[in-house]
Design a protein around this ligand. Structure first.
Ligand SMILES: Cc1ncc(COP(=O)(O)O)c(C=O)c1O
Length: 483
C-alpha cells in the first residue's frame, strides 16, 4: 500500500481475483443454497465483537473471514429455497453493476456530479413509466424501496393537495384533519408514511375488503361521506396493485374515479405487484393504475434487483420539484445550468445519492425486458403449480387463489383438531427456521394464521416447489411425533 488507502495494482488484482472466486463460489452452489443457517444470536454477535480496529489486517485474510462468517452463513435470498416476505433473488449483471457503480462513486444528485448516471436514471424512469402505462411526461426518482416510494408519493400528495396552505413553509398547524383511505390489507408502509407526514394514523381509514381481499368500494364511499359530514378533509386514496398478504389488486379504475369525484389524490402501492402489470395475461387486472397521480414500485422485488432500489413515479417531474426543491447558495447551478440538465437533488429528499438506476439499466440492457417478463411469468406459473399441489394433497389446505405469486396455506395433517392445526402451523415457523432447508414465514388472513409462500425468484423450478412441500411435511411430522 502506498501513502494513501490504495493498494498496489498487483495487490488489488489479487484481492479482486479472490473476490471473484467468492462470487463464483456463491453461484456454483446457488441451487443448493439453504434457506437459513441457524445460529444463536449471541454466537453471531460474538463473531464481530471486537474493539474498533486501529491497525488494519491483510485484505486476503479479511476476505477469508468474510467468506466464513458472512457468505457461508448468509440467509438464502439468492437461492430457490427462500419463500419468506418478498425476496427476489437478485441477478448477476446487477451485482456486477453495483460493483462498477461503487468503483466510480458517482453522486447522482447534481447533473455535473454524474452526468451519465443522471441521464441513465432519467432513461430508467422513462422505461418504468412505459412498463406501467404512464404517459411520456411522467417523472420519477429512484429511492431505497417500496416504503420510501410510498412516503415520497404521499409527501408530494400532501404538498400538492395543500398548495393553498403552503405546508412546506407553514406546516400543518391549524388545519382541519385530513383523511387517507386504503384497504385493511394495505402494507404498513402507508401507516408509517401517514404518521411521518404529520397526518396522524388516526386519520388513516382502513376500509374492509371483499372475499378476494380487494377494497370494498361501497364501504369506501360511505366512509368518505361520513368524514365529509364530520368536517374532515378527505385527501388521498391509496390503492393496492398487489397486496403483500395475498397479491390482491384493488379495482384501480374505480378508485381513480372515486378519487376524481371527491377531488382527492390517487396513489398506488405497486411495490409488490406493480411491475408485473406489463404481462399480457395480467394487464386487464391492473387497468386504472395509469390513472394514478403517483405510483410506488420496487425493483428489488419483481425486477430481480439486489437490495436496495425502489421508484416513485408521478405524472410529471414538476410535482416532485415543487415538494423537494430548496434554494441553497452552495448548491446553486444557475451559472452553469443553461440547458436541460435535470438535478435529482431538486426532485428528492436526499442530497447525496448513489446511482441506483445503473443496475436496472444494465440488467434491462443485458437480459432485455422480454426475458425478465418470461421470469415473471415463470413465477406465476410456479405459483399455480404450488396451488395445484396443495389442492391435491390431503394433508395441506390452500387458503387463497392469488392472481400473483403468493400462496397462503396450512398444514393440516390427518384428522387433527382445529386447535391442533392452529398450534401446529404456528409451531412450524420456528421449527422450519431451525431446520433451515427452506425459509418461509406466516401471516394472518382475517385473523387466521397461515403459512405464506412468495415466489419471486428466477432460480425456482417445480422441483423447488416439491421440495418446499416435502420439507414442511417432514418438519410437521416430526413436530407431531414429539407431542
Ligand atoms: C405491497 C408492499 N408495499 C410496500 C412494501 C415495502 O417495500 P420495502 O420493503 O421495499 O420498503 C412491500 C414489501 O414487501 C409490499 O409488499
Amino acid at each position: 500500500m502506498n501513502d494513501s488507502l490504495d493498494y498496489s495494482p498487483q495487490e488489488l488484482q489479487t484481492i479482486l481475483q479472490k473476490t471473484t472466486a467468492l462470487v463464483l463460489d456463491q453461484y456454483a452452489r446457488v441451487d443448493q443454497q439453504e434457506g437459513f443457517h441457524h445460529f444463536p444470536q449471541s454466537e453471531v454477535a460474538s463473531w464481530f465483537d471486537e474493539p474498533l480496529p486501529l491497525r488494519g489486517c491483510d485484505a486476503l485474510d479479511l476476505l477469508d473471514l468474510v467468506k466464513h462468517r458472512v457468505f457461508d452463513t448468509a440467509t438464502g435470498n439468492l437461492g430457490p429455497n427462500m419463500y419468506a416476505y418478498v425476496m427476489a433473488g437478485g441477478n448477476q449483471i446487477s451485482t456486477v453493476a453495483d460493483f462498477l457503480c461503487s468503483t466510480i462513486s458517482q453522486n447522482a444528485t447534481k447533473w455535473h456530479l454524474g452526468a451519465a448516471m443522471t441521464e441513465i436514471e432519467k432513461r430508467v424512469v422513462k422505461w418504468t413509466a412505459d412498463m406501467v402505462g404512464y404517459t411520456p411526461e411522467a417523472g420519477g426518482v429512484m429511492v431505497s424501496g417500496g416504503s420510501a416510494a410510498t412516503l415520497t408519493g404521499l409527501t408530494v400528495a400532501r404538498n400538492i393537495f395543500l398548495r393553498q396552505y403552503n405546508v412546506n413553509k407553514n406546516g400543518l398547524f391549524g388545519l382541519k384533519p385530513f383523511t387517507v383511505y386504503c384497504s385493511s390489507e394495505t402494507h404498513s408502509s402507508t401507516d408509517k408514511s401517514v404518521s411521518l407526514l404529520g397526518i396522524g394514523s388516526n386519520q388513516l381509514r382502513r376500509i374492509a375488503t371483499d372475499a378476494d381481499f380487494k377494497i370494498d368500494l361501497a364501504a369506501l364511499k360511505q366512509q368518505i361521506e361520513i368524514d365529509l359530514a364530520a368536517g374532515y378533509t378527505p385527501f388521498c386514496i391509496v390503492g393496492n396493485a398487489g397486496t403483500v398478504n395475498t397479491g390482491a389488486i384493488d379495482d384501480l379504475t374505480a378508485l381513480a374515479h372515486i378519487a376524481k369525484q371527491y377531488a382527492m389524490w390517487f396513489h398506488v402501492d405497486g411495490a409488490y405487484g406493480g411491475l408485473v402489470s406489463s404481462l399480457p395475461e395480467l394487464k386487464a387486472k391492473y387497468a386504472g393504475m395509469e390513472l394514478a397521480d403517483s405510483i410506488a414500485l420496487d425493483f428489488h422485488k419483481w425486477l430481480y434487483q439486489p437490495f436496495e432500489i425502489g421508484c416513485t413515479l408521478v405524472r410529471n417531474w414538476e410535482v416532485l420539484r415543487e415538494s423537494y426543491f430548496k434554494q441553497a447558495d452552495y448548491l446553486d447551478t444557475s451559472l452553469e445550468a443553461k440547458s436541460e440538465r435535470l438535478e435529482f437533488n431538486e426532485h428528492y429528499f436526499q442530497l447525496s445519492r448513489n446511482a441506483k438506476a445503473f443496475k436496472v439499466w444494465m440488467s434491462l440492457k443485458a437480459y432485455g425486458f422480454t426475458k425478465i417478463q418470461a421470469m415473471m411469468q415463470k413465477d406465476l406459473d410456479l405459483t399455480r403449480y404450488l396451488e395445484k399441489r396443495l389442492d391435491a394433497a390431503s394433508d395441506f389446505e390452500l387458503k387463497t387463489h392469488s392472481d400473483l405469486a403468493i400462496a397462503c396455506f396450512r398444514y393440516i395433517g390427518t384428522q387433527l383438531s382445529s386447535e391442533k392445526i392452529i398450534q401446529l402451523n404456528q409451531d412450524l415457523i420456528p421449527a422450519l427456521e431451525s431446520d433451515g432447508r427452506i425459509f418461509i414465514t406466516g401471516t394472518k388472513l382475517r385473523g387466521e394464521f397461515v403459512l405464506r409462500a412468495c415466489i419471486i425468484n428466477h432460480r425456482k423450478s417445480e422441483v423447488s416447489i416439491d421440495y418446499l412441500l416435502a420439507v414442511i411435511r417432514d418438519v410437521a411430522t416430526n413436530l407431531l411425533a414429539r407431542t
